[in-house]
Design a protein around this ligand. Sequence first.
Ligand code: AMP
Ligand code: FES
Ligand code: ZN
Ligand code: ZN
Length: 339
Amino acid sequence: MKCVVCRGPAIIDVRRANANFCTDHFTKYCRDQTARAIHEFDMLDPADRVLVAVSGGKDSLAVWDILIGLGYQADGLYVGLGIGEYSDTSGNHARAFAEARGLHLIEVDLPTEYGYDIPTGARAARRAPCSACGTSKRHVFDASALEGGYDVLVTGHNLDDEAAVLFGNVLRWQTEYLARQMPVLAARNGFPKKVKPLVRLSERETAAYCIMSGIDYLVDECPMSAGNRHLGYKDALNTIELQSPGTKADFYSGFLRRASQLFRSAHHDLGPGTDELTHCERCGAPSTSELCAFCRLVDKATAATSNSGDEAQPVTLRPRSHAPRTAGERTNTEAEARP
Ligand code: AMP
Ligand code: FES
Ligand code: ZN
Ligand code: ZN
C-alpha cells in the first residue's frame, strides 16, 4: 500500500477518496479537508477570535489542533458535566492538551457553578440525559462565547455525527430540523456564530489524526449515551458505507447542496415571532417564556439535590456581563437541529 502523494509506505486508506496516505500526507489531508469546509461555508475569518468547545474526545481535540495549525487564534472551553469518572478523565485530557501546547482553556463546571450534575438534572427534569446535557452545554457555550467576546464558537461534530442526525431527521421527516441542520449558524439574537469545521472528516479519520499527531484523547463513550438513537443510526450508515464507500459523504453533502435550501425556504417563517420571543429574566438568554430552558432545568435539578438530603451546592447563576440579549428573528438555542 503506497501513499497516493509521495509513493512512500502508506499507513491508512480513505476508501471514499480511493486514496492511501502516509502519516504526513494524511495529516495534510485532514488539514486540507478542514480548510476546505471553512472556506466553502465561510466559517471563519483569519482575524476571528475563536472558542473551541472541547470535550477531551478525539474530534474536539483534533479540530482545536488543526485550527491552531492553520493559524487561527483559538481558545478552548471545557464544560464539567459531573458524570463521575467519565467527566474527571475527559477534563484531564482537555487540560493536558492545552497545557502541553500553551493554549488557554476556559473551564465551567456545572456542579460547582450551577449546583447540579447531568445525572441529577436529567432525573429531576424527567428527561433523557443527552437532552438535559444538550440544553446545559448549549447554554454554557453561548454564554461563555459572548462573555469572552469571541466571534465564533467551534464544535467537533464530524461527518458521522452530521450524517446520523440527518438520517434521523429524514426518517421522521422532521422538516423544521432539516431546515436548521447547517454546519454554520450565523450570529443572531445575541447568540454567537457556531460552526462545525470537521464535517468533511469521518470519525475514523479524526481518531487517526489524533493518534498520528500524538494527541492523547478520551476513547470511552459517555456512559449515559447508551441507547442513544444516533448511535444506532451511525451503525446503520456504517453498514451501508462498508458496501459502498462514499455513500455517507454523498448523503450529507448532497443534502447541503441540493435539499437544505428547499427546507429553509419552506420554513422561512419558522419559530417564534418577534412578539413571542423575549429574554430570560434571570440569565438574559433569548427565550419564549420568563425563564429559559436552562434556568428551568437548573431550578428542577437543584431542588432535587436539596430534597435528596445531599449536601446542596450553592447555586451561583453567573450574571451576564452584557445587556440582556434582545429578541429578534428566530432562535436556535432551545431547539437545535438535533431532535
Ligand atoms: P457530543 O454532543 O458529545 O457529540 O459532542 C459534540 C461536540 O460538542 C464535541 O465535539 C465538542 O466540540 C462539544 N462538547 C461535547 N462535550 C463537551 C464538554 N463537556 N465541554 C465542552 N465541549 C463539549
Ligand atoms: Fe452529555 Fe453524555 S456527554 S449525556
Ligand atoms: Zn505521503
Ligand atoms: Zn435563563
